[in-house]
Write a protein that binds this ligand. Structure first.
Ligand code: COA
Length: 323
């Protein structure tokens, strides 16, 4: 049996910074309201010419450099995204081509909104456990700004664009230790873009495919789900809260992150936070935060990390890994 072990991480943020102060000029809000209710000071917005695949490629190349392997060695590519370049082909196939990989290995996208990266790591882990993959690239990449109504103050203050990537290799030592995925479609209306190819397509054609959200209901659900999923992860592995070195929560709102950390008695200096500078980058938020904390030396080899995500669907889940 092989573990999926992270051997490289990478991240990419578009150059354009949109501060919460600038949003005051766009919608009826204040910088102070945004920072106090969400913790978001600024977020990055992709340039008009930048697509999700461009962000994914930049993050992937950084992760491959760090891993010290050639793209040709990859036998699996999974991209988690809700904002793909096209209906099809997948971003993963576009990325495979950009990286010059023509070895016939599988490449596909996963759509679980903000839990997408966690879902992707679960899937890649199963490939490793069965021996079907030995070196894989997993990316979370979003141009979420494209599905935001920039006149809606309820949503536009929260989200940003970016991409994060990890390269994993089969190893005898852990690795991904356990994965925990959940969904409950009963709540699909609380957070959605309720239009697409086979529903309300005329709104897509008019460029009105926007995120809709019942914020305070999503908030309550997220706090509960993110707290419960860590308890589930600890129980499944017979671990205590104090055994965990780092928590990497989905970066939706600093108040959700604080509430989860409090529930777990986790000091905030063991929680990786990027929401202040990135906003909510959906599937990219966890790998971007992971990359930042690995590169600045906070997360060290051998340490136990829990990643946890929550998103539209609802979907939620966690990963326990030893870095
Ligand atoms: N600026 C100023 N006022 C705003 C505002 C803004 N950007 N957005 C909403 N408001 C107003 C509301 O209209 C409401 O006014 P009212 O009381 O006159 O009706 C008031 O602020 C309170 O709204 P409420 O929705 O209760 O605020 P909140 O404390 O729940 O904060 C969110 C709103 C969106 C920041 C918060 O609910 C949240 O973060 N939810 C989770 C969203 C999320 O993470 N989604 C992605 C999950 S992956």
């Amino acid at each position: 049996m092989s573990f999926a072990r992270v051997i490289g991480t990478g991240g990419y943020l578009p150059e354009k910074v949109l501060t919460s102060a600038e949003l005051e000029k766009m919608v009826d809000t204040t910088e102070q309201w945004i920072i106090s209710r969400t913790g978001v000071r600024e977020r990055r917005i992709a340039a008009d010419h930048e697509r999700t695949s461009d962000l994914a490629e930049r993050a992937s190349r950084a992760a491959l450099d760090e891993a010290g392997i050639s793209p040709q060695e990859l036998d699996l590519i999974i991209v988690a995204t809700t904002t793909p370049d096209h209906v099809f082909p997948s971003v993963a196939c576009l990325l495979q081509d950009r990286l010059g990989i023509h070895n016939g290995g599988p490449a596909f996208d996963i759509q679980a909104v903000c839990t997408g990266f966690v879902y992707a790591l679960d899937v890649v882990n199963r490939f490793f456990l069965t021996g079907a993959s030995k070196k894989a690239l997993v990316v979370g990449a979003e141009t979420f700004s494209r599905i935001i109504d920039w006149t809606d103050r309820n949503t536009c203050i929260l989200f940003g664009d970016g991409a994060g990537a990890v390269v994993l290799e089969a190893a005898d030592e852990p690795g991904i230790v356990s994965t925990h995925l959940h969904a409950d479609g009963k709540y699909h209306e609380l957070l959605s873009v309720p239009m697409g190819v086979s529903a309300n397509y005329e709104q897509v054609l008019k460029g009105e495919a926007y995120t809709q959200m019942r914020g305070s209901e999503v908030f309550k659900w997220a706090v509960k789900a993110l707290g419960d999923i860590v308890d589930e992860t600890l129980l499944a592995n017979s671990l205590e809260k104090s055994d965990i070195d780092w928590l990497i929560p989905h970066q939706a709102n600093i108040r959700i992150i604080n509430a989860t950390a409090k529930k777990l008695d986790m000091n905030m200096n063991r929680v990786i936070v990027t929401v202040d500078r990135h906003g909510n980058t959906s599937a990219a938020s966890i790998p971007l935060a992971f990359n930042e904390a690995v590169r600045d030396g906070r997360i060290q080899r051998g340490q136990k990390v829990i990643m946890e995500g929550f998103g539209g669907g609802f979907t939620w889940g966690s990963i326990l890994l030893v870095y």
